[in-house]
Design a protein around this ligand. Structure first.
Ligand code: DGP
Length: 140
């Protein structure tokens, strides 16, 4: 299927919709997931358009995963996590619901299960506070 630039993340990239942005460089942005599966759930999004991993230009994976690593380290520090899970879904059957490539970065804690994927919306003030912690960790 072709890329459709009316998806939510394309609108966030164009500045047409707000997000709790924590990081941006020439190739990627990262912002808080509004339906977090755990505290600090962050999305890393390449600026180049593709539906998902399957149709992406492989040239974007280096810059994309450099940002994923930055965010994985930052969320681990920001929330004093025991580990970090990195997830990525391709097409509806896999669980994808927004059709612009993105990578989920989620802090994990021993004995704490993940909440459901695309579950409850988090309060904006909670997302803002968590975003601030991640920005502080990124600033080192
Ligand atoms: P996926 O199933 O991998 O396509 O996950 C899409 C994620 O995007 C899901 O965890 C919920 C999140 N999400 C949905 N709508 C919005 C939105 O408007 N803003 C933000 N920041 N996240 C969103």
């Amino acid at each position: 299927m072709a890329y459709d630039d009316t998806n939510i993340f394309a609108k966030i990239l164009r500045g047409e919709l707000p997000s709790h942005r924590v990081y941006e460089d020439e190739a990627t942005i990262a912002f808080m997931d509004v339906m977090p599966q755990g505290i600090g759930h962050t999305l890393v999004v390449p600026k180049a358009p593709s539906r998902n991993l399957l149709d992406a230009d492989p040239a974007i994976f280096g810059p994309l995963f450099a940002t994923v690593q930055k965010l994985a380290r930052a969320v681990k520090t920001a929330f004093d996590a025991d580990g970090v899970v990195v997830m990525q879904f391709n097409e509806a059957a896999s669980g994808q619901s927004v059709y612009h490539l993105h990578v989920h970065v989620i802090p994990r804690f021993e004995g704490v299960p993940l909440k459901p994927h695309t579950g409850a919306m988090e309060k904006p003030e909670v997302l803002a506070a968590n975003a601030e912690k991640i920005r502080a960790a990124l600033a080192g």
